[in-house]
Design a protein around this ligand. Structure first.
Ligand code: GLN
Length: 293
C-alpha cells in the first residue's frame, strides 16, 4: 500500500481533532479556538522534525508508516486535551522558540501586546532597569532583553521549576542582560527600584469554569488563579509595585477581558497617573499601564 501523504494525513487528523474539540481557552473568540488544522500541522512538523513550511511545500510526500504511528500517538494525546505546547515541549513567542512544560503557563500570542507596549515605554523614557514579576517560561523578559540590550531585566518567579525552564530559554538565546531570582513578588528585589515593572499575573477568578476547560486544566493553577474575583495578584502588584517603581516609572499588566474598569479604579485609587488601556489581537481588553507620579 502507498504511504499516506502529508496532505492526506493533515486532513485526516484535522477531522479527528475537530470531532474532539473541547479545547476552548478562556476569553478567546470562537474562530480563534478552531485551530485544528494548525495544531495538526504543528504536531506533524514536530514528528517529522521539519518546519510547517516544509509540509506546505511537499504536500504529496509520503510518510513512513512508523513515523505515522508516532504522529497518531501525539494526535491521540491531543484529543485527550493535553496542550500542543506540552506535547511538543515548545511554543513560539516573539519569534523565539521557547521551551514550555507543565511547570509554566503556555505563552500566548495576545501577551505579545504587553511586550510591544513595554518596548515603547522603554524607548520613550530611555528606561534601563526592568523587572518582570512571575516570569514563567521567561517569554516576556527574554523578548525585552533581546530587543533592548542596554536594559537590565530582572525576572522573578516563586517557582524554582518554572525558573529552570526560563533559564534554559535564556541560555538558548544567549542573553546576558537578563537575571533570574526565585522568590515571592518583589521580595528578591526589596531594595531596588525600576523604570518599568511588567507582569502577566494570574488573573482568573477561583470559581471560573474555564479553569476546568481546555489547556487551562493542564497549566499550573498558581499561574492562572487569583482569588474570588481574579484580582488578588493585580491588587498586590498595584500596591507593592508602587514602592519598587522609580519616580515616573511605569507599571504594565496583562489582565482578563472583563477586568479593565475595576483595574482603572484600583490604579486611580493607588495614585497612578497617565493610565492607558489596550485591546489585544482579538479586540479584547488585555493590557493596562499606569505611571508612578
Ligand atoms: N489569558 C489566559 C487564558 O486564557 C490566562 C492567563 C493568566 O491568568 N495570566 O487562559
Amino acid at each position: 500500500m502507498k504511504n499516506a501523504s502529508i496532505e492526506q494525513t493533515l486532513k485526516d487528523s484535522e477531522q479527528v481533532l475537530k470531532a474532539q474539540y473541547h479545547f476552548s481557552t478562556l476569553d478567546k473568540p470562537p474562530d480563534a479556538q478552531i485551530n485544528a488544522r494548525m495544531e495538526a500541522e504543528v504536531l506533524l512538523a514536530f514528528t517529522l522534525k521539519k518546519s510547517r513550511t516544509y509540509l506546505r511545500t511537499y504536500p504529496q510526500q509520503g510518510i513512513d508508516p512508523a513515523v505515522l504511528g508516532q504522529f497518531d500517538k501525539l494526535i491521540a494525546r491531543r484529543t485527550k486535551g493535553e496542550p500542543v505546547a506540552y506535547i511538543t515541549g515548545q511554543r513560539e513567542f516573539w519569534s523565539m522558540e521557547l521551551i514550555t512544560n507543565e511547570e509554566t503557563l503556555i505563552p500566548r500570542p495576545e501577551t505579545e501586546l504587553l511586550v510591544e507596549l513595554a518596548l515603547e515605554k522603554i524607548s520613550q523614557k530611555n528606561a534601563t532597569h526592568i523587572a518582570e514579576i512571575g516570569t514563567g517560561t521567561g517569554a516576556i523578559a527574554l523578548a525585552i532583553a533581546r530587543e533592548k540590550p542596554d536594559c537590565t531585566v530582572i525576572a522573578i518567579d516563586i517557582s524554582q521549576n518554572a525558573l529552570n525552564v526560563a533559564k534554559q530559554n535564556a541560555t538558548r538565546y544567549a542573553l546576558n542582560n537578563l537575571h533570574f531570582h526565585c522568590g515571592s513578588w518583589f521580595e528578591p528585589v526589596a531594595n531596588d527600584t525600576f523604570d518599568i515593572i511588567i507582569s502577566n499575573p494570574p488573573y482568573v477568578a477561583e470559581d471560573d469554569p474555564h479553569l476546568q476547560q481546555g489547556d487551562l486544566r493542564f497549566e499550573p493553577l498558581i499561574a492562572l488563579e487569583s482569588g474570588p474575583d481574579g484580582l488578588d495578584a493585580i491588587r498586590h502588584l498595584i500596591l507593592k509595585g508602587q514602592n519598587r517603581l522609580a519616580k515616573g516609572g511605569w507599571l504594565l499588566m496583562e489582565h482578563g477581558y472583563d477586568q479593565r474598569e475595576k483595574i482603572i479604579t484600583l490604579l486611580h485609587d493607588a495614585g497612578y497617573t497617565n493610565l492607558s488601556w489596550h485591546d489585544d489581537i482579538y479586540k479584547l481588553p488585555r493590557v493596562i499601564l499606569g505611571q508612578k507620579e
